[in-house]
Design a binder for this molecule. Sequence first.
Ligand SMILES: Cc1cc2nc3c(=O)[nH]c(=O)nc-3n(C[C@H](O)[C@H](O)[C@H](O)COP(=O)(O)OP(=O)(O)OC[C@H]3O[C@@H](n4cnc5c(N)ncnc54)[C@H](O)[C@@H]3O)c2cc1C
Length: 461
Amino acid sequence: MADHDVDLFVIGAGSGGVRAARVAAGYGARVMIAEEFRVGGTCVIRGCVPKKLLVYASRFAGEFDDAAGFGWSVPAPSFHWPSLTANVEGEVTRLEAAYTDTLERYNVALVKSRAVIEDAQTVRLLATGARVRAGTILVATGAWPHYGPKIPGLEHVISSNEAFHLTDLPKRIVIQGGGYIAVEFACIFAGLGSAVTLVYRGENILRGFDDDVREHLRNEMRNRGITVTCGHTVAAVETSGDEFVTRLSDHSSIAVDKVMFAIGRRPNVMGLGLHTVGVKIAEHGGIAVDDYSRSSVPSIYAVGDVTHRVNLTPVAIREGHAFADTVYGGNLTLVDHTNVPTAVFSEPEIGVIGLTETQARQRLDKIDVYKTTFRPMKATLSRRDTRCFMKLLVDGTTDLVVGCHIVGPDAGELIQAVGVAVKMGASKADFDATMAVHPTAAEELVTLREKAVGYRRAAAE
Ligand SMILES: Cc1cc2nc3c(=O)[nH]c(=O)nc-3n(C[C@H](O)[C@H](O)[C@H](O)COP(=O)(O)OP(=O)(O)OC[C@H]3O[C@@H](n4cnc5c(N)ncnc54)[C@H](O)[C@@H]3O)c2cc1C
């Protein structure tokens, strides 16, 4: 045995780090993991889990409204934000304990400290000053909210980290950003009763998503009373008594109780000692790694958001698992980052997999586009002004389904199942051959017969 204290030192007990530590320990490696905040990382403590619980809470208002069309009379409901946040915190604490318990069961030594890298095989724990020698170091430090350029009053701005711990529900809130986190929080706060203005510098929200999806959701958000202001930025935040005055780049201003920025997240690479040991940082700001998550220093690996590949929990977990299989399980394991299904927990929800129409047109010679918008059945009696949207993109040469885009109730659940078919290489003919489940919204996906449009590159004809 070399002069190591441990075989593996993991920095960061989030989605990727915990999985890697547990699987490596399962293979018999001596593992230590350092966490500077709370075990579970972003997903469990201030990301996916608490957010989804807030999403559930925010949807009750619509359900109460819809109930009347189905014969129910519901007494005027009231909402208590502190009860919600306390219950969410209770669930987060339960999950944190479950993660800690898993690490203990696998004999992973957990240290509650910030860790920094001193050399290619040494980590220093800031809480005690102790140095730990490790055969391999895994950096799984995640990402952190980015606030953009310094503007006057930036100190008053919160990020998603703080949004979970507000003492009161803001009556009025400005959220700057157009990505999924900004959109989700806009829908959460609007559902709970806040007046929400979403400010985004680009021409439309959800850059990178299919254009039809972006437009559809923007209209749905407007229908729910959310003000979506594109083409502007927040230029300054001023205090005025108990409220904040948000000055926009077009010189207009909005008085609110809270200002939140969700304009992106940066890989957590600062102050870790990466530069000193020669770990290369890629142009996108994350740790540059090879297909097996190995950095430019052979004894140092990195997984999850800190590598800025696909910044989602299941991807971080898969990368952590593949790392442990490769390095400790004797089984070289690659992670396939293509065709990752994903959801936006907006109201209504979005579920997508594969190419957008723009990407398909750039990459393929022939594309057939099938799409539909329709009123969800539940909205007939409730008379809610909402529409579902579904789109299939089909490679006109091979008949393979290369993209599926859904906006509507439970789109996240639907896309998980559709994702299996797309990942397996299902063709449009396979979709057509699948019997519909009636009456559902999802049946539209297997009954799309009319091409909305077909593109052919001139050379492909
Ligand atoms: C509001 C929000 C909502 C999200 N919703 C979703 C969703 O619905 N679905 C989805 O798939 N993804 C979602 N994500 C993204 C998801 O949370 C991340 O992709 C995932 O958590 C990344 O895991 P990770 O292991 O790379 O890092 P993290 O889970 O962030 O873990 C990194 C850990 O490292 C610790 N750390 C950092 N530096 C050090 C150090 N020097 N020493 C010790 N510890 C350190 C941190 O405290 C943290 O606990 C969301 C993110 C946010 C912010």
